[in-house]
Design a protein around this ligand. Sequence first.
Ligand code: ATP
Length: 615
Amino acid sequence: MSAKKPQPDGKPAVSVRERFSALKNLPEFLGLIWQTSPTLTLGNVALRLLRAALPVAMLYVGQLILDTVVQLSRQPAQERLLTPVFTLVALEFGLAIASDALGRGVALLDSLLGDLFANRTSVRLMEHAAELDLDQFEDSTFYDKLERARRQTLSRTVLMAQVLSQAQDAITMAFLAVGLVAFNPWLLLLLLVAVIPAFLGESHFNERSYSLVHGWTPERRELDYLRQTGASDETAKEVKIFGLSPFLIERFRLLSDEFYRKNKDLVIRRAGWGTFFAGVGATGYYAAYVYIITQAVRGQISIGQLTFLAGSFARMRGLLEGILSRFSSVADGALYLQDFFDFFHLKPRIIRDETHVVRPFPHPIREGFRFENVGFKYRNAEKWALRNLNFELLAGEKLALVGENGAGKTTLVKLLARLYDPTEGRILLDGHDLREYDPAELRQEIGVIFQDFVRFQLSAGQNLAVGRIEEKDNQGRIESAAAQSLADTVVQKLPNGYDQIIGRRFAGGVDLSGGEWQKIALGRAYMRDAQLLILDEPTAALDARAEHQVFQRFAELTQGKTAILISHRFSTVRMANRILVIENGQFVEIGSHEELLAKGGRYAELFALQAAGYR
Ligand SMILES: Nc1ncnc2c1ncn2[C@@H]1O[C@H](COP(=O)(O)OP(=O)(O)OP(=O)(O)O)[C@@H](O)[C@H]1O
């Protein structure tokens, strides 16, 4: 990267070279438009080509009309034949109507193509985001890219129209230039001199504006966050109780005012310079006009030619100004495209390894999982979340993970599901590295219910079905999963049963208590029918009776399956075959409840601590 000139607020500006090099994105962009709809694209181009030829045709007919009129006016009254004039006027009338119709046709196709393109792009964005790794989502630069790619959907459709208009106007210019150059090539030069300063000015301000907006992506993300946090159903409760509104509003006001001020300075300077450059342009035009008039007065050209040339010059000035100023917004659009393509060029690392034969997932798992010296560090984190971890999770075993907050229990589970890969060491499944299996197949065989499970604003039935979404229409399966997780008792109370929308975001939604939500989430694990079931604090919000019932069923349901339980409640933990204690990401001890109690180590200590609380 070249050293960038900092903006007044310390953010890097975008160099001219970067803006030009961003234009290389246009062919790929046009390719995407073509793929969106070849028919609409072809139609659009054809209409624009026709339309490009019309201005010069109209000016030329105008010239013929005037010359014919002048000629007729010089003839004796009885010899004046008006038919040729009227024919020409009819022709010009036809051209005017055609021009208008073509203009509307182009606008229509632009809008249809634009809408279609925006829809397809949003779908592609969602599809690509779904392929990326979890840690990419946890990276703020990634998020900024995603944000810019998302925000620019609309302006990309504008960019499309701009690129096409650019080509259309260039063709019109070429037609007009032929006439102007034939008359006097210097006029073309005068035209450029009149227009280029405006272009440079425009270009400069566009660059500033892009830099400002680009540099402010994190702050704009924060603004969105503040706006949402200040007023959303999820946060309203705590915002009210803690009286957070003034704090949030103040931060929002400060940030948004600062952006307003910066943008205002830019807009004002832009308007000032814009007026000046428009003056320069007008001067050029009138100089050319005076010259053409002089030529007409001297009889060098006809009155018809005078109007043709003056018209051509004025028209070309408008077109050239348009082309040049559009050029700089096309260049900016292309810069935004850079963000867009950058996002699409991001590749996930946790993918099916196509360089090797992918190992089929064992059915059933024979030996189990083995952690060999596993260490993991989160992206951008200083500290290891897990280190030197060696243990075995045997096939069919129920293993409980115990450790204080932040010990690394959830991280361990995420490694098993390959949401991340270990930073060092490896995890084996039946003697082979997890990376040798297809991650999609692996995840199919693992059912995880995280402690921060998602409360989907969908129907109760769909909330259960997310455990295996292919079975969303299998009502029998949904109901039996609900019965196993006790979610059926929750659904019974809902006015519309399984079809009831839960959560408050949408009209008619009914919210559930924390424990009720948890029963629904647990049901997902039973929908899943996976070989390895992982429940991360599955019963934290359940009352004592419900917890007891859940675990009675859990033992039955996981028979023959491998399971991991994370819990801070020892009543739950002791139901596991073995318990793994971790502390600060390190292995402490492993064994059955009785063994660990007898050993009198960390587990025994924690157990005694909790038991004392109940005495
Ligand atoms: N996405 C993340 N990025 C960076 N650090 C993380 C991330 N998630 C967790 N950590 C850190 O990794 C460590 C282990 O976290 P983990 O969630 O695995 O703990 P845990 O044992 O499940 O805790 P708890 O009992 O509170 O659920 C913690 O120090 C935490 O701050």
